[in-house]
Ligand binder design. Structure first.
Ligand SMILES: [Zn+2]
Length: 86
């Protein structure tokens, strides 16, 4: 029903252009900036101070990576502090 209206609006009735229709369909689907996957919902994640719209999977991956980076930094600081006190 929707595409029927779309065809009329675009004046394509009579010669439906499927490539144009599929392009319109694609543009309505959010695409992850990292992996290029089409997803239902994008999650905005802060990466290096910039907000990025990513899919759930990529957002999860980046969050995990950031957590690891913070953790290892803390470990290094602890080691240095430990050595410094000796
Ligand atoms: Zn992704």
């Amino acid at each position: 029903m929707r595409s029927q209206r779309l065809i009329q609006t675009l004046g394509l009735a009579g010669k439906p252009d499927l490539t144009i229709l599929s392009k319109l369909e694609v543009s309505r689907v959010p695409v992850c900036k990292a992996c290029g996957e089409e997803v239902d919902e994008l999650v905005s994640v802060k990466v290096d101070g910039k907000r990025k719209k990513l899919c759930e999977d990529c957002a999860e991956e980046i969050r995990a990576g950031q957590a690891v980076a913070e953790e290892s930094e803390a470990v290094i600081q602890n080691m240095m502090g430990f050595r410094g006190r000796r």
